[in-house]
Design a protein around this ligand. Structure first.
Ligand code: WQD
Length: 338
């Protein structure tokens, strides 16, 4: 199959590109490199030994997206081209709504005009909101999000559901990611956050390598076993494998499916720090600080639906996630542009 990856040079997109190409699919990348690097595309080609057509385009640019779809006979689109920083979305809500919603609408319009009928969407566990108890199951209704980033994901899910209801030809798979960490085992591609990382694992890795002085653990008075928040961390290569299955499913079925991609097992922040230290034989300086606004004490996935529908389960464990993160960090101490 031929798959267009909107935002395919980013963290999850690049790993998915490798696994799709390894599974025998053809990959086309469209990315404006706003939060990613063209070097990621070079490395995808190096890892797969395949030429990957890539376009420096803003996915809101309908004429250009249309041209790509006309040039390649696309079977399925995966939409990774979203702005994703929770804190920034509070400061710049209009940019977040404009970018995330507009890219989705543009892709849907171009798909209709070019007879492309399968759409796989990068959604997030954040759409379960604040009310639903863990573990999160796909049958729960979407909840209230605590920030504009989360609302864009929730709104995009609604748009895609409505589009597939109205068009019996359109197949939509909404993949709700939990907390992706880790990197390709080669250390050639990985997460390359710009500036100070917002997320836990890149912050740990940059602290361990000496780019940050110490990690602040946001709160140790939560109602959890050790007082720190618990999340469902998933290896980005497992997530990538989940996309391969989702694309194949979307191309063979119609309607909308919501699917969690998580392991079903939560770990606390302290457990992650200690696992990183143990797996890599290195100390991570940390201190406890106040809670971060908007953080929930704990959530994790009910992961049975992915297994039943896609035949997918996460295979890599926490040690793999910690080892592969450190391998990427030590081989690319300043990311792609060092
Ligand atoms: C994990 C845990 C923090 C940094 C967010 C979005 C989600 C998804 C992934 C992205 C929490 C703690 C973190 C630090 C810490 N979106 N932490 N010190 O908040 O679960 O999910 O990112 O694209 O939609 O909401 O992930 O990695 O930021 O935090 O103690 O310096 O680590 O409090 O408990 P989160 P995270």
């Amino acid at each position: 199959m031929k798959i267009l990856l909107a935002g395919g040079a980013g963290y999850i997109g690049s790993h998915t590109a490798v696994q799709l190409a390894n599974a025998g699919h053809e990959v086309v990348i469209a990315d404006n490199y706003y939060n990613s690097s063209p070097e990621a595309v070079n490395r995808i080609q190096e890892l797969t030994g395949k030429e990957i057509p890539s376009y420096d385009v803003d996915v809101k640019d309908k004429a250009k997206v249309d041209q790509i779809m006309k040039e390649h006979k696309i079977d399925c689109v995966i939409h990774f081209a979203g702005l994703k920083a929770v804190g920034e979305s509070v400061q710049k809500p209009i940019e977040y709504y404009r970018n995330n919603i507009d890219t989705t609408l543009t892709l849907l319009e171009c798909m209709k005009e070019n007879d492309v009928h399968a759409f796989v969407f990068s959604s997030s566990a954040t759409v379960y909101g604040e009310e639903n108890p863990a573990p999160y199951t796909e049958t729960m209704t979407r909840g209230r999000c605590s920030n504009p980033y989360g609302w864009t994901k929730s709104m995009m899910e609604q748009i895609l559901e409505d589009a597939s209801k109205a068009d019996p030809e359109l197949s939509v798979v909404l993949l709700r990611y939990f907390n992706p960490i880790g990197a390709h085992e080669s250390g050639r591609i990985g997460e390359d956050p710009q500036g100070i990382p917002n997320n836990l694992m890149p912050y740990i890795a940059q602290t361990a390598i000496g780019r940050r002085e110490k990690l602040t653990i946001f709160g140790n008075d939560y109602p959890t076993p050790d007082g720190t928040c618990r999340r469902d961390y998933i290896h980005v290569m497992d997530l990538a494998d989940g996309h391969v299955k989702a694309v194949e499913y979307a191309c063979e079925n119609k309607g909308t499916e919501i699917i969690n991609l998580g392991t079903g097992t939560p770990y606390s922040v302290l457990e992650i720090v200690h696992a990183f230290e143990k797996s890599n034989g290195i100390k991570v300086n940390f201190e406890f600080g106040p809670r971060r606004e908007g953080d929930l004490p704990e959530f994790w996935a009910e992961s049975e639906k992915a297994e039943k529908l896609l035949g997918w389960t996460a295979k890599r464990n926490l040690e793999d996630m910690c080892r592969d993160t450190w391998n990427w960090q030590t081989k690319n101490p300043k990311g792609y542009n060092a």
